[in-house]
Design a protein around this ligand. Structure first.
Ligand code: GMT
Length: 378
């Protein structure tokens, strides 16, 4: 199949999932065309089967807001015609599903049918999409897609609760290529980060308020009072600077390393003992899954789709968002006893195996085939 993929090319989970999906589809013999405003961060190798088309938005002083959706839908029309793209898979409803619908309509005028598959990722529904300023357009774009998927059951339920949805939503969970996370402990450069007697705790995110970064720091503050430990903070965003200030205020700045954005999260995770994800809401929690794939247990909140990934008492523990005390207690339970830690590490990896890329990607292929079959029926 010739598949177009639209996504945010940044470090966010939706862009990572879209990129990994495209790469896997190309390995399975499909021709994949990424159409985005810059090269997706995890798209390093282009090949015969993987193409990248940049969407450019010319600056014009009349516009207070440059019309990205317009440029994207024009580019989608041009690329669909030039490369005979058969299916368009858009990740993150805003504005991708909307631009895709416009492209579909324009192509229809020329006698070309282009089915649209929309994958909902989380904030496009729970935080941004349900805002009254966007809601009508998001509802319309979801209802007009030929197939809609959500990355967790919880997100599907949120979508049905928040919008007037008139069509089915298939749950296709996020996935991970386990073979990329198979470092043995000796490959890891642990000694550069911590002493042998110190535990390594890690958090990875885009440092937005929804991630509750203060909770990450406060949980670590409590842990390090009882167990020698270091905190690895990976990523960047608006809450990073306040977090650095909080570490200073608490006198733990020597124990916390802020890496910024990293292309090597697997290397950081491979020497980690515990992962913290106390988010206010999280439709799936891809970062938790990546940690688990590296054999790192997870202390998280119990919101959204996290309980579908992190299993209570097995791969880690879940608490109410904001319950720093309970999260600290659970973290100490795992970290204080080497035997307990070993069991949680092994469980985390075993749970992650359910989300192996090779089991999940065929669901998307089936959805593409289905929307193409529907075209031939009509
Ligand atoms: O977490 C973010 O703020 C980024 C956002 C995104 O769009 O990349 O993540 C969402 O999609 C990820 C991939 O499906 C999910 O793993 C995250 O849980 C989800 N974030 C939220 O729901 C807050």
């Amino acid at each position: 199949m010739k598949i177009g993929i639209v996504c945010y090319p940044t470090f966010g989970g939706s862009g990572v999932v879209a990129t990994e999906l495209g790469l896997e589809l190309s390995k399975r013999g499909h021709e994949v065309h990424f159409i985005t405003y810059s090269q997706p961060v995890r798209l390093e190798l282009l090949s015969n089967n993987v193409h990248y088309h940049e969407v450019n938005v010319p600056e014009y002083p009349l516009f207070h807001y440059q019309p990205y959706e317009l440029a994207l839908s024009s580019k989608l029309v041009d690329m669909a015609k030039l490369h005979e793209i058969e299916v368009l898979h858009v990740h993150y409803a805003i504005p991708h599903a909307y631009a895709a619908y416009m492209a579909k309509k324009m192509l229809k005028e020329e006698g070309i049918d282009l089915p649209i598959v929309t994958t909902l990722h989380g904030t496009d529904i729970t935080l941004v999409g349900s805002h009254p300023f966007y809601k009508s357009a998001v509802t319309f774009s979801i209802n007009k897609s030929d197939a809609v998927t959500s990355v967790s059951q919880s997100l599907k339920e949120d979508t049905i609760r928040l919008f007037d949805i008139k069509r089915d939503i298939d749950v296709v969970p996020n996935f991970i290529d386990l073979s990329k996370y198979t470092h043995s402990f000796t490959d890891c450069q642990r000694a550069m980060m911590a002493n042998d007697d110190e535990k390594i705790i890690t958090h990875i995110s885009n440092f937005r308020p929804v991630k509750r970064i203060d909770d990450v720091i406060n949980i670590f503050y409590n842990i390090q009072k009882e167990i020698p430990s270091k905190l690895m903070m990976v990523g960047d965003g608006p809450e990073k600077e306040p977090a650095e200030q909080l570490c200073k205020k608490l006198g733990i700045e020597d124990k916390v390393i802020f890496f910024g954005k990293s292309h090597e999260i697997d290397k950081i995770l491979c020497f980690s003992d515990l992962f913290l994800l106390p988010s206010e809401t999280e439709s799936f929690g891809l970062a938790a899954l990546e940690a688990m794939a590296c054999g790192v247990p997870v202390i998280s909140s119990n919101t959204g789709g996290i309980p579908e990934v992190n299993i209570q008492g097995v791969s880690g523990f879940l608490s109410n968002a904001g319950d720093v005390k309970d999260m600290t207690k659970n973290a100490l339970h795992i970290l204080k006893d080497e035997d307990v830690l070993k069991v949680f590490k092994s469980n985390a990896r075993a749970e992650a195996a359910q989300f192996d890329i090779h089991s999940i990607v065929p669901y998307y292929e089936a959805i593409y085939k289905n929307v193409l079959n529907q075209l031939s029926i009509v």
